[in-house]
Design a protein around this ligand. Structure first.
Ligand code: TXA
Ligand code: MG
Length: 370
């Protein structure tokens, strides 16, 4: 990795950001979920630069981000994606194509990534050799402005070094990637705060739609089931043709702070009960408690050090502050370890997404899914 000067651009500098991208550079851009490290999705060289800067293993594919101009295409978004060589044209012939098109129009632009058969213009380096591609239409206006100026789709993983906490501000990106990338476009703090929901879509031999949730996010499984009218399976890579792990980014150890994070498998109980659990789990030393809201923080002792994600029971606010809070705790030299609790409701949407990210960040992993 050659050291280089990273330009710090303000929101008005989106033209400069797109010029750097057009000449093959890589630029961190804001999305509504987290900041992404973007490069030309049609270019192997740009994709390789992204992998290098992030120190990301080559087996972990990138999501391709597309312009919202596709929504105005008469022939439909799927047809637009196929014509651009992003997804394979066979998708247009799927029995379920109209249902997928309807789901796209319901949730795009927004925090939903679809895994579909890959089109001819997406190089192996973007999908890590997979015949399938992740596609998302981000909602953030700055990202959309840049997409319109470049005229090509942008491959963009989260703009952190591999395995670390995803960035939700330009400052977070700088602390991860300064000197490794061409520029950072500052668009303020991200409004959702956790990465997009990922759903894998396949056509079965009998012509049915196989939908599998690969990563929970703001758009919940129930939202997707209502839209598609079929059950959405869970887990990683349980689609008919892909028995192996389908989203390697969903590795167990991910989104991790540098300090050990222990996860209590529910909302914090009484302090006495928590003491027993901590003793049994080997949690000792200077511990900071990460509470979802003020209600649970009341179970702690007054001298206990704590961070509260959001005062009220509000999953949207909790998700928005999750990664920046983890970063702040990590930077506090007086803390040795973190003990986090789970949100009240972990079965759907943002509650599930927060639980998933905390579980992957934790050293004790109480929620192993596989
Ligand atoms: O919200 C988001 O999705 C953010 C913003 C920047 O858009 N991006 C993001 O990218 O979270 P990343 O690379 O950190 O996570 C993308 C996940 C990875 O787990 C990767 O394995 C999976 O998507 N993925 C991408 N393409 C895939 C494919 N063809 N098949 C299976 N999984 C794929
Ligand atoms: Mg990531």
């Amino acid at each position: 990795m050659n050291p280089q000067k990273t330009l710090h651009l303000g929101p008005a500098d989106f033209e400069q950001a797109s010029m750097i991208l057009s000449s093959g550079g890589i630029v961190a851009l804001p999305t509504e979920t987290v900041y992404g490290l973007a490069g030309n999705a049609f270019s192997s060289e740009s994709a390789l630069k992204i992998f290098n800067a992030k120190e990301r293993p080559s087996f972990d594919p990138l999501i391709t981000h597309v312009s919202d101009e596709l929504l105005s295409a008469q022939a439909g978004v799927l047809m637009g994606l196929a014509r651009a060589g992003i997804v394979d044209g066979s998708v247009i012939g799927w029995t379920s194509a109209p249902v997928i098109e309807r789901m796209i129009r319901q949730f795009w632009p927004g925090p939903l990534t679809l895994i579909l058969p890959r089109g001819p213009n997406i190089p192996d380096e973007v999908t890590s050799g997979s015949p399938r591609v992740g596609v998302r239409m981000p909602e953030h206006p700055l990202f959309q402005k840049v997409l319109k100026l470049t005229g090509f789709p942008l491959a963009a993983p989260s703009a952190n070094r591999f395995g670390r906490i995803s960035p939700t501000t330009a400052e977070h990106v700088a602390s991860e990637l300064d000197g490794r990338i061409d520029a950072i476009l500052d668009g303020g703090a991200c409004s959702v705060g956790v990465e997009s929901t990922i759903i894998s879509l396949e056509e079965s031999a009998a012509g049915g739609l196989i939908a599998t949730l690969l990563r929970p996010g703001k758009i919940s499984r129930i939202d997707l089931e209502r839209s598609l009218g079929v059950p959405v399976g869970s887990g990683v890579g349980l689609g008919e043709k892909n028995q192996k792990i389908e989203a390697p980014g969903m590795l167990d150890q991910h989104y991790a702070p540098t300090k050990p994070l222990y996860l209590y498998p529910g909302p914090f109980p009484s302090r006495e009960e928590l003491d027993t659990w901590m003793r049994n789990s080997g949690v000792r030393g200077k511990t900071v408690f990460l509470c979802q809201d003020l209600a649970s923080s009341r179970n702690l002792r007054s001298e206990d050090r704590r961070w509260v994600l959001t005062p009220m029971v509000d999953p949207e606010a909790a998700a928005r502050s999750l990664f920046s809070t983890l970063r702040s705790i990590d930077e506090d030299a007086s803390v040795e370890q973190i003990l986090a609790e789970l949100p009240e409701n972990t079965s759907e949407g943002l509650g599930a997404a927060i639980a998933d990210r905390l579980n992957r960040a934790s050293v004790n992993k109480p929620l192993l899914k596989r």
